[in-house]
Design a protein. Structure first.
Length: 448
């Protein structure tokens, strides 16, 4: 690792004797928890909602304490004032970049070369299962007296926010399993008081992370258990009203597909149905379309990609000006390598939304794909009119240029459009005006 130029200065600024380390008095904090636990043993107190709410608050405070003062993008001087001096400072990495790691008793704090906090990793807790215990205490408080709901809700939401922040911090440092647990617990904290506003994105995050872990474990019992858990989380998120661009259906599909060794027919049918449900709601979602096409191609007998065209065309009869349906139709035809129909679909997209960047960009892309396909066919066969045929193919490549130029006009300095225009104009440099265009777009590319 390249040595930090500022390492020596940072050591002077941060390092200090252990006596000045993070301001967490472990013995004192544990006494507070013991005192809170003792109230539950009192027969007169443990039947009161206020007692359980206070118990949950004590455990919430203990959970939050080690990272309470940490905020991303604050200067290291603020860190020193709020949590004291670290036990030691060492070099490390965060997000692939060199950082300084300020090590405290309960947390490692990552500081970049500008002396700003970029993240942290909690290394231990005051006591095990603090958040879980707090949630159960809040639930008990509500059960005993729902009139105390406003106070319980404030405390539970405070805990939920801390758990959500912890989930992000854990995910940033690659602790995926722990991050998933934190996100799910954050959602459970929000659910303590029935009717509270919940953020279903929290269990969506937990589902995605569990799916990612399961996908690395092969066809093992652990993988199947994680896929099953993620399946439940995604379905719960959908029930809770989670809205995105439809990608949740793609991830849910993977959870069913990942469990196919348990009950192949049932899980494949569920995987297919989830994708079909998703594509009806989000017909332009390329992940869902690719999932369906991949499923049909991989699992014999489960379906034909042409079914998707029929489904989309039937929907277009009812709503012929539906941009998303035309977009999805083009994506499917692209996967089927029917570029003429793909281009026709995107012509309709552009007719409906002339200034849509994606529609214009992909129109250019599909002309390139069509030309590439024609060129591959030409090169794989003997043709005495090779040069004449190549000239025709170059005209197809040329048809892509105006669309990439329109995309670039809609989204100035777009690297994708500029790169494609640079390559196309170089390929067609012998055509009139193309050498000048190549020089123009290469200059733009070099300036990026």
């Amino acid at each position: 690792m390249k040595k930090f130029l500022f390492l020596a200065a940072a050591l002077v600024a941060l390092a200090a004797p252990a006596a000045n380390a993070q301001r967490v008095n472990t013995a004192s904090e544990l006494k507070k928890l013991d005192k809170a636990d003792a109230t539950l043993l009192d027969a007169k107190k443990n039947i009161k909602a206020a007692t359980w709410n206070a118990h949950g608050k004590a455990y919430t405070d203990a959970y939050i304490l080690p990272t309470k003062e940490l905020v991303r993008d604050i200067p290291v001087q603020t860190l020193q004032m709020s949590v004291g001096q670290p036990l030691e400072v060492v070099e490390g990495q965060f997000g692939g970049q060199p950082v300084l790691v300020a090590r405290y008793e309960y947390v490692d704090v990552y500081v970049n070369q500008m002396y700003f906090i970029v993240g942290w990793k909690q290394t231990k807790e005051l006591k095990e299962n603090l958040a879980e215990t707090a949630i159960e205490s809040y639930k008990k408080a509500y059960e005993l007296d729902n009139k105390l709901a406003p106070k319980i809700q404030v405390n539970a939401m405070f805990l939920a926010n801390a758990l959500s922040q912890q989930g992000e911090a854990l995910n940033d440092v690659g602790l995926t399993k722990e991050a998933a647990e934190a996100f799910e617990l954050a959602f459970r904290a929000q659910q303590v008081v029935p009717g509270s506003t919940v953020n279903a994105g929290l269990i969506y995050n937990a589902g995605v992370l569990n799916t990612q872990i399961a996908s690395t474990l092969g066809e093992t019992e652990e993988a199947i258990a994680l896929f099953s858990k993620a399946q439940d989380l995604f379905n719960e998120a959908i029930e809770a009203g989670y809205k995105d661009n439809g990608s949740i259906y793609y991830f849910l599909y993977h959870t069913y597909y990942g469990q196919r060794s348990v009950n192949r027919d049932e899980m494949l049918a569920s995987a297919k149905q989830v994708l079909l449900d998703g594509i009806k709601l989000y017909p332009s979602n390329s992940l869902i379309l690719e999932g369906l096409i991949g499923l049909y191609a991989t699992e014999k007998g489960i379906g034909d990609p042409a079914e998707l065209i029929g489904m989309l065309d039937n929907s277009l009869k009812a709503t012929p000006d539906n941009f998303d349906l035309w977009y999805g139709r083009g994506i499917v035809y692209n996967a089927l390598e029917n570029y003429d129909e793909c281009i026709k679909s995107f012509e309709k997209c552009i007719e409906l939304r002339p200034e849509d960047y994606n529609a214009n960009y992909y129109m250019g892309y599909f002309f390139v794909m069509k030309a590439d396909s024609l060129l591959n066919t030409l090169n794989s066969s003997y043709n005495t009119n090779y040069n004449d045929e190549l000239e025709k193919i170059n005209l197809v490549y040329a048809e892509a240029i105006p669309w990439f130029e329109r995309a670039l006009a809609i989204k100035p300095n777009d690297a994708g459009s500029i790169n494609n225009l640079t390559q196309l104009c170089f390929r067609l440099r012998d055509m009139e005006g193309m050498a000048e265009k190549h020089a123009q777009y290469k200059a733009m590319k070099d300036a990026l």
